[in-house]
Ligand binder design. Structure first.
Ligand code: SAM
Length: 219
């Protein structure tokens, strides 16, 4: 079996993206577990995760590392955030914000033994709801399908340390179906210009259509 390290905690296992499973023998979304060199890897499906798609499409900046603290907005049922949890390991923390009770219930079932994940049922548009729980973070990750995506990222930027990285998956279809995706991406990123420098813009096709994956550094 051929293992290639792409980033800290992120591998290609026989050409397939994977993280090292910190919750042995447990799956979160039916993903395959592979054993090699006394390690259990969880395959990471780019059709189910925009971060995986961005890594495969040549993301350069992955500042999610062992020990990182991450504020993850839009954790849904835990697909991507569980891989983030693998990468940061037990010295790191992933604060997972999700507005849907239904998604949160499933999330709690599949991630309950991951001690580095802190589930928070809240509206990310109202960060004051969780400002007592979340401390300053190294990384902000946002993947939500609402109209005011950039505005919500900006409201949550107060939790991100200066120089910290924001990963922002922009879904154009949730913002305005009458405008071209490029016009929407430019409008969203303009909202962030004052507070962030743009590092990378990654097209995540063919894994996701009408999405842009942006990497920004907080000024
Ligand atoms: C595309 S899904 C996220 C998928 C997830 N990031 C993954 O890769 O595993 C978007 C999620 O954002 C949640 N969401 C939408 N608006 C939100 C808000 N204002 N606050 C928190 N979560 C929100 C939705 O309920 C949904 O679960």
């Amino acid at each position: 079996m051929k293992i290639v390290k792409l980033f800290d905690g992120v591998y290609l296992v026989d050409g397939k993206l994977a993280t090292e499973n910190i919750e042995k023998r447990h799956r979160v979304y039916g993903e395959e577990l592979i054993h090699a060199n006394n390690t259990e890897y969880r395959l990471w499906n780019p059709y189910r995760s925009k971060l995986a798609a961005a890594i495969i499409n040549k993301l350069k900046t992955l500042e999610i590392k062992q020990g990182s603290s991450v504020l993850y907005i839009g954790s849904a049922t835990g697909t991507t955030s569980s891989h983030v949890s693998d990468i940061v390991g037990n010295d790191g923390v992933v604060y997972c914000i999700e507005i849907s009770e239904r998604n949160m219930r499933q999330f709690l079932n599949s991630c309950e033994n991951r001690e580095n994940m802190i589930p928070i049922l809240a509206d990310a548009g109202k960060p004051e709801q969780y400002s007592d729980i979340v401390s300053e973070c190294d990384v902000l990750y946002q993947d939500i399908s609402t109209r005011n995506q950039a505005e919500i990222l900006l409201r949550n930027a107060k939790f991100l340390k200066r120089g910290g990285i924001a990963y922002f998956a922009i879904k154009s279809q949730s913002i305005d179906i009458s405008k071209s995706p490029n016009e929407i991406y430019n409008n969203e990123l303009k909202v962030l210009e004052k507070d962030f420098n743009m590092l990378e813009k990654i097209d995540i096709e063919p894994y996701e259509k009408k999405h842009m994956f942006a990497v920004l550094r907080k000024k």
